[in-house]
Design a binder for this molecule. Structure first.
Ligand code: ATP
Length: 579
């Protein structure tokens, strides 16, 4: 039980204390009016059998019954508010806690497979723990408390009737407990089908341009259709697998009511049970069975919600990137025998034994064929991942020991695939510096050559950008991301092919923005077009994950190796014209 409570509260079972206590009180008070009613029934019975008795006590019982109804209403109200408030707060806090935690995991954790699962957990699993806390658990608690109180009371009044009433309970309980394995299997299948369906819908919508242009509706629609029908089948399997067993358990439970009625009739006829006691059992019995049957039906739902909670806890248990040192004052970077593979030591290595020193306040260019590991080197430098072996040293300190968030404060990155958030232009630039003033934002935008086109937008800096920057051109997105980096004012700048796919006018504007960004900083730049890095202090040539050459442009040309070959290739194709 502890495990279940831990799971549905995302490791904060204390959150349940108050709602559970108030629900218990509300349930306790729920029984009191019926005890008064039983007393009144007894008095009426006595009146007809033995003549008028103490009418005052009966009026007091009527009055108390009304008071208890009022008290029950009040307590239920409080319990309900607390339960909902705490349930919704727990899921909102849990989502924020998980989002924070994911930010601190290595970037490799969010592979496309994991991203779908994490999305499902953030949306659906939290909805389920929320529903467990706000609806399912309170109903189960009500049912169980009512059953315990009523059975204690009724067993004391007449144990024969009490036993008859709960005769079916052990069988119902056994069925519920026996369903755990089945629930686990079905829920795992349902969760997988849900993740796959969400992934296929996402893929279908994001890939719509490709789907339309290659007339691929047929095959892609088929993948989506299969994911949807798999999800449908998994839902049906859950209902058809668990529903009938739930009904059998409820039937066993309810059989106690019939057994108790028949036993009561026999005992009353035999003279060993009074009519008022029989009436008490009928009154309280009907109050107990419905909540208990609901509790039994809800138990399997609670089990499935607790599995959703376990998925949340598993994510929360993923180890965050270690390190708590400050960033050293020196900004020189060294790769020392760094090897790396994206899937851990057992998968194919992407970088092999890379050792290199990138001097402070210098520009280092990384060049090499596609797939040689250039972007991977930048990702390791920014500590998106830790090396599989070897070290990346920042100012002489192993980056593994530096707190990742402090490290990132010292690094600005401009990627080739810029991501902008669905927010105002100003806020998108403000990601570079949270507390930036409007003047600082505008000044960064001017330096990044994006002020003019921003001012031409309908609401200037307050214009909302479409998700992912879909309402802007590639060059405009690049310049906004450069403005971000300028605003961040970090001593290290990493550039990943910022101008690779732009027209000459855009490229000139961006080159100018970049030259303002990189002034007097430690810069590492990846460029496919070697012309843009001729002036770099050092050029590293990567091939198949190894540094095969390094030096200045002229030194590398004299070596007449891979760099010289790439240079010749690029300078000769530059003269090509389409006639
Ligand atoms: N997230 C990832 N998971 C697994 N493998 C990856 C991942 N990212 C890159 N790779 C692989 O690592 C190798 C190096 O990739 P990387 O992006 O570093 O090369 P690159 O030199 O920057 O290439 P390009 O010039 O085409 O951008 C490639 O074989 C690539 O397929």
């Amino acid at each position: 039980m502890n495990k279940i409570l831990n799971a549905i509260t995302c490791k904060e079972p204390k959150r349940l204390v108050k709602p559970v206590l108030w629900n218990a009180l509300a349930n306790l008070s729920n029984l009191l009016p019926f005890l008064c009613l039983a007393y009144i029934v007894d008095q009426i019975y006595e009146y007809f059998i033995h003549g008028p008795g103490n009418s005052k006590s009966m009026w007091i019982a009527w009055g108390l019954m009304l008071v208890f109804f009022g008290l029950t209403w009040l307590l239920e109200n409080i319990a309900c508010k607390l339960t909902y408030r705490d349930g919704f707060m727990a899921s909102a806090d849990g989502r924020i806690k998980l989002a924070e935690h994911i930010r601190k995991l290595p970037l490799g954790f969010l592979t496309s497979r994991n991203a779908g699962e994490v999305g499902n957990t953030m949306m659906n699993d939290f909805s389920r723990t929320e529903s467990a806390m706000t609806h399912i658990l309170p109903q189960i608690i009500s049912g169980v408390i009512m059953a315990i109180l009523a059975s204690a009371l009724l067993l004391v009044v007449d144990f024969r009737m009490g036993l008859a009433m709960f005769a079916g309970f052990p069988a119902a309980l056994l069925i519920m407990l026996g369903m755990r394995g089945l629930e686990q299997r079905l829920d795992t299948r349902l969760s997988k089908a849900r993740v796959s369906q969400a992934g296929k819908i996402q893929e279908y919508l994001s890939g719509m341009r490709v789907i339309k242009s290659y007339n691929m509706q047929g095959s892609n629609f088929e993948r989506l259709r299969k994911a949807c029908t798999d999800y449908r089948d998994a839902c049906i399997k859950v209902e058809s697998g668990i529903g009938p067993l739930n009904l059998v358990a409820a039937a066993f439970l309810r059989s106690g009511l019939s057994l108790m009625t028949v036993t009561g009739v026999f005992l009353v006829a035999g003279g060993t049970l009074t009519v008022p006691t029989f009436a008490l059992f009928l009154l309280v019995g009907t109050r107990v069975f419905d909540p208990l049957a609901v509790a039994i039906m809800n138990y399997s739902e609670l089990m499935m919600c607790s599995m959703a909670g376990e998925r949340i806890c598993t994510l929360l248990n993923e180890p965050e990137m270690a390190g708590n040192s400050d960033v050293p004052g020196k900004h020189e970077i060294c790769f020392e025998h760094v090897s790396f593979s994206y899937g851990g030591a057992e998968t194919q290595e992407v970088l092999h034994d890379v050792s290199v020193r990138l001097g402070s306040r210098t520009m280092t260019a990384i060049v090499g064929p596609s797939g040689s590991g250039k972007s991977t080197m930048l990702r390791l430098l920014a500590r998106f991942y830790d090396p599989t072996s070897g070290k990346v040293l920042f100012g002489g300190v192993d980056e593994r020991n530096i707190e990742p968030e402090k490290l990132m404060k010292h690094i600005s990155m401009v990627f080739q695939d810029v991501y902008l958030f669905q927010d105002s232009v100003a806020n998108n630039i403000r990601y570079g510096k949270e507390d930036a003033t409007q003047e600082e934002i505008e000044s960064a935008a001017r330096l990044a050559n994006c002020y003019d086109f921003i001012m031409r937008m309908p609401d200037g800096f307050e214009t909302i950008i479409g998700e992912g920057g879909s309402t802007l051109s590639g060059g405009e997105k690049q310049r906004i991301s450069i403005a971000r980096a300028i605003l961040k004012d970090a001593p290290i700048v990493l550039l990943d092919e910022a101008t690779a796919s732009l027209d000459p006018e855009n490229e000139a504007e961006i080159q100018q923005a970049i030259s303002r960004l990189v002034q007097d900083r430690t810069v590492v730049v990846i460029a496919h077009r070697l012309k843009t890095v001729v002036g770099a202090n050092a050029i590293l040539v990567l091939d198949h994950g190894r540094i095969v050459e390094q030096g200045t442009h002229n030194q590398l040309l004299t070596q007449n190796g891979l760099y010289a070959k790439l240079w010749k290739l690029q300078t000769s194709t530059e003269g090509w014209k389409i006639n």
